[in-house]
Structure formats: C-alpha cells, structure tokens
Write a protein that binds this ligand. Structure first.
Ligand code: MG
Length: 214
C-alpha cells in the first residue's frame, strides 16, 4: 500500500528551522532586529529564489540574490529537524511492507537539500517535488506523478499524510487517495470536507497507518 507524505511541517519542523536560520542570518549581517520578522513573514509559506530579489532590496543587502538563495538553501537545510519519532515511524512502515513517498510543493534544490540533510531521503521509494514535476499540489496530476515516482498508480489506492487542509487533504481526496491530517494543535476548518483520519502529530499518523492492512 502506498503512503505519500508531505515534507514541511509534517515530517520536518520547517517553521522552527526557518526561524533559527533567520536569527543567525540577521546576526551575521548585523541587520536590525526587525529584519528577523520581515524574513520569516516573507518566507513563512514558501520560499523561491525571487523572494531574495525583494528581500535584498528591503534589507539593503549587497549580495547577489542567487547567492542569498544558496545561503538560504544550505542554511535552512541544516537548521530543520525531523519531528521526534518520524524517522523511526517511516522505517517501521517500510518494514511492514508499505511503499512510502514524498509529495512536496517547493523548489527542487531546497526540498532535496532538506531531505538529504535530515537523512530522510533514503527512506523513501519515491520523491516528488513540484518544482521538478512542473505541477503542484492540489492538482491531481501532481499526486499521479508522486505515485508514479514510487512505481504505483493512484488507482492502486493509498494514503496522503499532510498538514495543509487544502493542498494536501482536499487535493489528495480529489485524486482518490485516503487522507490523514496532522493537526498539530489546530482544529479542522469546517469549510473543507473532513479527512479520513486526523492525528495530533506524525507519530500518531503513522500509528494509524500501521493499524491498516498493507
Ligand atoms: Mg506542509
């Protein structure tokens, strides 16, 4: 059975990693304290090389935007950590016969750098990154591509585990996958159709999967 996993704030704590990196960056450039919040606000949902064209101007930095992007990619990749128990849970799913894949929106270089730096990459049968696939969650074609990376098709069935109600849950449901929402202390928004399962964190989510038939 296939289980696709979102990466940011599902398997790894991107929010904390970004905050750590931004603090260090602001210190290293002796920028004013408020630069920290400006960077985190700008990059809170996603980060692309174009963001550093704007941040360079706003923060009066002399670096080339592409150098700032590379510094960000390397810095954030080494600042993010897996949520406790995530790695062990994924290993247990593999041992139990699950096919597991990454289904993440983002630029290829940053998403792959995070997967490599956290040591998660070798655990997966397939990795699908929107910046490389040319299509993003919540589009059905993205989930098709993610399943194909794992050597499977959507009509083989499977699960999507993620933290985003729209891109992860509604998207995967529309693509015919079962859906598991990692709540992380939030309430499910009433505006969206409920997922098949809700877990408080990634360990709980993997626990539910392990109770399913493979
Ligand atoms: Mg996410």
């Amino acid at each position: 059975m296939l289980a696709l996993f979102d990466l940011d704030n599902t398997l790894i704590d991107r929010t904390a990693g970004l905050e750590d990196w931004a603090r260090g960056f602001v210190r290293s450039r002796a920028l004013p304290h408020e630069a920290d919040a400006i960077i985190c606000d700008r990059l809170s949902e996603r980060a692309h090389p174009e963001d550093f064209v704007d941040l360079r101007a706003i923060l009066h930095l002399g670096d080339a935007p592409e150098d700032l992007w590379r510094e960000y990619v390397d810095g954030v990749a080494h600042s993010v950590h897996c949520f406790p128990g995530a790695r062990e849970g994924l290993e247990a799913l593999r041992r139990a016969g699950w096919t597991i894949g990454i289904a993440t929106n983002g630029a290829g270089d940053i998403q792959r750098a995070k997967l490599a730096a956290t040591g998660l990459a070798p655990l997966f049968h397939g990795i699908c990154v929107s910046g490389e696939a040319g299509v993003r969650k919540p589009e059905r074609r993205f989930f098709e591509a993610a399943a194909a990376e794992c050597g499977l098709a959507l009509n083989d069935g499977g699960w999507m585990v993620g933290d985003n109600p729209e891109t992860d849950m509604v998207g995967a449901r529309t693509a015919g996958l079962r859906t598991m929402w990692v709540a992380a202390g939030r309430e499910w928004p009433d505006s969206s159709p409920a997922p098949d399962a809700i877990a408080s964190d990634i360990v709980g989510a993997i626990g539910v999967l392990r109770g399913e038939r493979v």
